[in-house]
Design a protein around this ligand. Structure first.
Ligand SMILES: [Zn+2]
Ligand SMILES: [Zn+2]
Length: 245
């Protein structure tokens, strides 16, 4: 598209849909569509920063020891080798996620993609053969109309779209929403909920799972367990946000 025409169309878009901050809805400067946060929300949002657990990504309050393994990971609690996220989960991020997931407001996606590129520690997540968004149960997918994890995978890895395989794993069993459950019940609820559809393709492969939130890690860990059981060599995880438990 010619530059003049592109500018004209972008001007029209600003006129009819003026860009606003995704969190506080403050009007942004015309043409601001890469990172749609106003300055104060950008300052307030908590990005995941070191020190954190080198495996599960849990943040450490005391920065003296640098990044190292947390006690859960030393005990070998997870089936993935590394989990990383963009944001710490707080009220603003919760609001942002809610409007994306339940309100279907996908305008924030470009912002998430642009911010992911700026976070150096996310570059550690590379070399994967496949990128697999956490699957939704078909009934849930029908209700919601889209899988938020698939949209995130596409915006996080625009140059690796050929590696994104949403159908590699399926959610066969209908489960209660994890938010209503605690600890052991979360694990029980999800046990064997996922199925790898094509074991031959998974064998010996490095797989990156994408999801919206890492809460206790139960969902992504059950995916990792299922993939490892099907022969995957290594499983890593990327989520938009992480709850620090
Ligand atoms: Zn704002
Ligand atoms: Zn850990």
């Amino acid at each position: 598209m010619k530059t003049g025409l592109r500018d004209f169309l972008s001007g029209l878009k600003d006129l009819f849909f003026p860009p606003v901050c995704l969190i506080c809805k403050t009007r942004l400067a015309a043409g601001r569509r890469d990172v749609m946060f106003c300055h104060s929300c950008m300052d307030a949002i908590e990005f995941v920063r070191e020190p954190f657990c080198t495996c599960c990504g849990r943040g450490f309050r005391n920065s003296a020891g640098g990044s190292h393994l947390c006690s859960d990971c030393l005990a070998g609690s997870y089936h993935f080798s590394k989990a990383r996220a963009l944001f710490r989960y707080d009220d603003s991020v919760a609001k942002l996620l809610h409007s994306f997931k339940y309100g279907g407001h996908t305008t924030g996606l470009a912002t998430f993609g642009a911010l992911k590129k700026r976070i150096a520690h996310l570059e550690e997540l590379n070399g994967q053969d496949f990128i697999v968004p956490v699957p939704l149960h078909p009934k849930r997918l029908k209700q919601r109309g889209f899988n938020q994890a698939l949209l995130l995978a596409k915006i996080f890895f625009p140059d690796q779209k050929d590696k994104i395989h949403p159908a590699l794993m399926e959610r066969r069993r209908w489960t209660e929403p994890q938010t209503s459950l605690k600890g052991k019940d979360r694990r029980k609820n999800l046990k064997n909920a996922f199925v790898v559809k094509d074991r031959i393709r998974v064998e010996g492969k490095k797989i990156l799972i994408v999801d919206d939130v890492f809460t206790t890690g139960t969902t992504v860990d059950e995916c990792a367990r299922t993939l490892k059981q099907a022969g995957a060599e290594d499983v890593q995880v990327l989520t938009l946000a992480r709850v620090d438990g």
